[in-house]
Design a protein around this ligand. Structure first.
Ligand code: TXA
Ligand code: MG
Length: 379
């Protein structure tokens, strides 16, 4: 069934109250509304209406095993969606809300299980975007909202990205221009004996550790398989991926250039169109290679890279490349701040394929990865 998707252009700071009222009314009626947050655009429905929430999963083609985040207008509403809330949750909320931090807590029984994919926990955040806050206040409901993209595609940072994936599948899009952070919120689980990082994101681990010195972070990006009883199903490996096959390249700039000079012609010879996702610092090196070059910004500006990353991955898809060779962000084990979140998203876009450019067998490994992928696709 096709829905006529309505787009309302709103000012990002002072949104038109009439547009907000229309979107709020749509939520009250059980419809789907995409709205900007400071991280990415979300696809919202009344979190207390199981039927409305079900529509989110259908519109996104998201598996019902992947739980949603509940968005609130303020901390005051927290006790209406969560129970047995530990003191640290209030301390974190005071410090980080409104903002890009999601807390996993015990679910209140009035929140239908479908929101949390049947778990007895619920993920909650108060977003910082004025449009999101205006909408949440106007509808006076907790709003379940995953990112407003088709399942496993890069999250949307503009209303156009939302329409590219969901036009005709949702009722309203509030278009307030590009989002400011560009990567999703940080998710931490407070329901276990020790707080645990489930997804690095907009709120950095360094900032969180001032209140949570014992925050446990995974060594490498958390990965769970689709069949496993996943801790946080957003940790599925294939996530935020473009249609092209992504492979990450780690190592020094010199070695990367050497590697690319060798492998790009090999890939072209095999009939593949190659895209390169490179940082500004290395762009001049590779400008002469027969590949589609897209830059993600400067390595020294993680905030700028975070803002652009998903748009660049979508752009490479539009340019029609088959393979994307992307440089890793920062150095292994020394990543700080947003670098962790950027690496996490690149790693998922690459479905875990990462090569050391200095390794003598790296070109063979790359060809191996790609022929395996080709077979999987043809199957
Ligand atoms: O920045 C964001 O978080 C954006 C904006 C729209 O708020 N939302 C977003 O939602 O990224 P989504 O659905 O794409 O990601 C939600 C993440 C997933 O990794 C999901 O598995 C995890 O939160 N999550 C949700 N509820 C959970 C729960 N009860 N336990 C563990 N993880 C949960
Ligand atoms: Mg998502």
């Amino acid at each position: 069934m096709t829905i006529a998707t309505q787009v309302f252009h709103v000012d990002p700071v002072h949104p038109d109250p009439a547009a907000i009222a229309a979107a709020a009314q749509a939520l009250v009626e059980g419809c789907l509304v995409a709205f900007p947050t400071e991280t990415v655009y979300g696809l919202g429905a009344d979190a207390l209406n199981a039927q409305a929430v079900e529509r989110i999963f259908i519109a996104k083609q998201r598996p019902f095993s992947d739980p949603l985040i509940v968005h609130l207008a303020s901390l005051v509403q927290l006790e209406s969606v969560a129970v047995e809330i530990p003191a640290i949750a209030y301390a974190l909320a005071e410090r980080f809300w409104p903002g890009p931090l999601t807390l996993v807590l015990r679910r209140h029984s009035r929140v239908p299980p479908i929101v949390s994919a049947g778990r007895d926990t619920v993920a909650v955040r108060v977003p910082a975007h004025p449009v999101a806050l205006a909408l949440l206040r106007a509808c006076a409901l907790p709003v379940a909202a995953p990112s407003a993209n088709l399942f496993s595609r890069p999250s949307p940072t503009t209303a156009q990205h939302v329409l590219d994936d969901l036009n005709g599948r949702i009722h309203i899009v509030l278009d307030a221009g590009p989002t400011s952070i560009g990567l999703e919120s940080t998710v931490i689980d407070l329901t276990q004996s020790a707080p645990r990082l489930l997804r690095p994101g907009g709120a950095t681990v360094d900032a969180l550790r001032t209140l949570l010195p014992d925050l446990r972070t995974p060594e490498a990006p958390l990965v769970t398989s689709e069949t496993e009883g996943a801790v946080s199903p957003g940790t599925l490996l294939k996530h935020c991926s473009p249609r092209a096959q992504v492979v990450l390249l780690m190592g020094e700039a010199e070695a990367a250039l050497h590697f690319l000079r060798k492998v790009v012609p090999m890939l072209i010879e095999r009939g593949m169109r190659v895209g390169l996702l490179i940082f500004d610092e290395e762009a001049p090196n590779v400008a002469n290679l027969p590949a589609t070059l897209v830059t993600a910004g400067s390595q020294r500006d993680p905030a700028g890279v975070a803002r652009r990353l998903f748009a660049r991955l979508r752009a490479l898809d539009r340019l029609g490349v088959d393979v994307i060779l992307a440089r890793t962000m920062g150095q292994e084990s020394t990543r700080t701040g947003l670098e962790m979140a950027i690496h996490d998203r690149l790693f998922r876009a690459a479905e875990g394929r990462i090569l050391d450019v200095a390794a003598p067998d790296a070109p063979d490994l790359l060809l191996g990865h790609l022929s395996q992928l080709k077979e999987e696709r043809e199957r």
